[in-house]
Design a protein around this ligand. Structure first.
Ligand code: HEM
Length: 515
């Protein structure tokens, strides 16, 4: 064959191959290759990391307005997609939930959460299931919740009595008071005793600071997680701070465990876990991994961090909104007076009859979800969402904060208007429990918040009791219309300026008496 014929045959063969590949989209199974979601251009190496700013949920809400409710970012070597509408969140957390049931690797899980030995970051599988089962059985199931009702009511009453006792127009940081209450309540349920004096004291302040620092660190997009070549440099100092924080938590968990071992056995979660460890038993029945001390510490760490500040800062936001909206506060108090009266404190059995208060709580979760970007998930396999290709290994962020302020779903989205959830309101019947995707402060799907039932009960009981038992005035001469509502940076939604208030009793004196 002469050379020109050979070259012509090769050219034809290459052209045929090219056409065949194009027709087949180059993808497996001859399917058309779908496009990746749109997104902003990033920097070399770092990608979009330098663009996320100090309040990533705000930045990502703005990016959704430009690129649509499903957009793509690149953090170093990691592909990230962000869901910013209820319908996109439904696709990820309902249709494709099984594919997104793991969390991406991160330095917090490694250096703080006992190298993924906890529940929040546990790989999806038998161990994760056993840990959730253990928590459900002893804390969060309907039966466990019922058994622990007196503990919650007792601690909330104690908080109110302490506020009344201090009285005299003294200014109090409400978030801190609520944090002591939320932490002690959870501590009695999990480790069998309070961990702070009722007036909080130095230890409580330090503990809240530890939780807030953890949430701040967890909220930082750590460059070392996304650009492995830079991990050794720890350019933001995140890993160094995580290791220091871990040592403080570990000491605290050690102390709690040693004290519990020395005391009488009880029914609390820690007692149950210690007994299982002594008898070389698994984490939960039906599981085959034996429980060890690191399992115990890691789970307690999760509960004390995920379950305290989330609850207390939601109560703090609720009270801030109520003080800014005296008409709403007055309506809530009117309902409470009608249902509970003025001669006793709220009990949990009153809660189902507090329709207006329930709407106030939903509206607070809508505007101030305590985990605005939820917790990240990762794609186990490639999948298709909204006509876009989501490659395997992509990190998913769900902007629950932006979804709950989406003007397409919520008329007057920035207004604090509990009435929208009341019968006849445009969102009557919408709940926060993970099935109405326009309002998912606890996430949704398999990895929905494990402590939802506890967190929701505590937020509702604490807010109802504070609103019913006390009148509220802002401290320091601040007027309601000038109250600073700025959000601080972190995985959880803190207030930049803590809410300082002067509570005053509004019930008959006998209502505050110790029973
Ligand atoms: C106001 C209260 C709370 C809010 C808004 C909240 C929110 C969340 C969110 C958004 C997630 C991620 C869900 C997802 O990936 O879809 C989560 C996970 C989790 N939360 Fe909560 N939480 C609250 C209270 C609590 C409490 C009281 C506890 C325990 C005492 C708790 C323990 C956990 C745990 C263990 C996980 C990880 C679940 C898993 O990975 O399987 N949370 N929470």
């Amino acid at each position: 064959m002469d050379l020109s014929l050979l070259l012509a045959s090769l050219a034809v063969a290459v052209a045929i191959c090219y056409l065949l590949l194009r027709r087949g989209g180059g993808g497996a199974g001859g399917k058309q290759q779908l496009p990746l979601p749109p997104g902003p251009r990033g920097w070399p190496v770092l990608g979009n990391l330098p663009q996320v700013g100090t309040k990533p949920h705000h930045t990502m809400a703005a990016l959704a307005r430009e690129h649509g409710p499903l957009f793509r970012l690149r953090f170093g070597v990691a592909e990230v997609v962000v869901a910013a509408s209820a319908s996109v969140a439904t696709q990820f957390l309902r249709t494709h939930d099984a594919n997104f049931s793991n969390r991406p690797p991160n330095s917090g899980a490694e250096h703080v959460a006992y190298n993924y030995q906890d529940l929040v970051f546990a790989p999806y599988g038998a161990r994760w299931r056993a840990l959730r089962k253990l928590c459900a059985l002893h804390l969060f199931s309907a039966k466990a919740l019922d058994d622990l009702r007196a503990v919650r009511e007792g601690e909330v009453a104690l908080m109110v009595r302490e506020l009344v006792r201090r009285g005299g127009g003294a200014a109090v940081a409400l978030g801190q008071e609520a944090n002591v209450c939320a932490t002690n309540t959870l501590a009695r349920a999990t480790v069998g005793r309070r961990v702070f004096a009722v007036d909080g004291g130095e230890g409580a302040r330090e503990f809240k600071e530890m939780v807030v620092e953890l949430m701040q660190l967890a909220g930082v997009f750590n460059v070392g997680d996304f650009v492995p070549a830079l991990a050794w440099l720890d350019p933001q100092g995140v890993v160094r701070r995580m290791k220091r924080l871990h040592r403080r938590y570990d000491d605290m968990m050690d102390r709690i465990i040693r004290e519990r071992e020395a005391a009488e056995e009880g029914k609390d979660l820690l007692s149950v876990m210690l007994a299982r460890m002594r008898h070389h038993q698994p984490l939960a029945d039906g599981d085959d991994t034996r429980i060890n001390e690191t399992d115990i510490k890691a789970l307690l760490l999760n509960l004390f961090t995920a379950g305290t500040d989330t609850t207390s800062s939601t109560v703090e936001w609720a009270l801030a909104e109520l003080i800014r909206h005296p008409d709403v506060l007055a309506k809530a108090q009117e309902e409470l007076d009608a249902v509970v009266g003025r001669d006793r404190l709220v009990s949990e059995s009153d809660l189902p009859r507090l329709t207006y208060l329930t709407a106030v709580i939903k509206e607070t979760f809508r505007l101030h979800p305590s985990t605005p970007l939820s917790l990240p998930r990762v794609a186990a396999e490639e999948c298709e969402v909204n006509g876009y290709r989501i490659p395997r290994g992509t990190t998913l962020l769900v902007n629950v904060w932006a979804i709950a302020r989406d003007p397409e779903a919520w008329p007057e989205p920035l207004e604090f208007r509990p009435g929208r959830f009341l019968p006849g309101g445009e969102h009557a019947g919408v709940d926060v429990k993970g099935s109405d995707f326009e309002l998912i402060p606890f996430g949704a799907g398999r990895r929905i918040c494990a402590g939802l039932s506890w967190g929701l009960r505590m937020v509702t009981l604490m807010t109802a009791t504070l609103v019913h038992a006390l009148d509220w005035e802002l401290a320091g001469g601040v007027t309601a219309d000038k109250l600073d509502m700025e959000e601080a940076y972190g995985l959880t939604l803190q207030r930049t300026v803590p809410l300082m208030v002067k509570p005053a009793p509004r019930l008959l004196p006998s209502a505050y008496a110790v029973e």
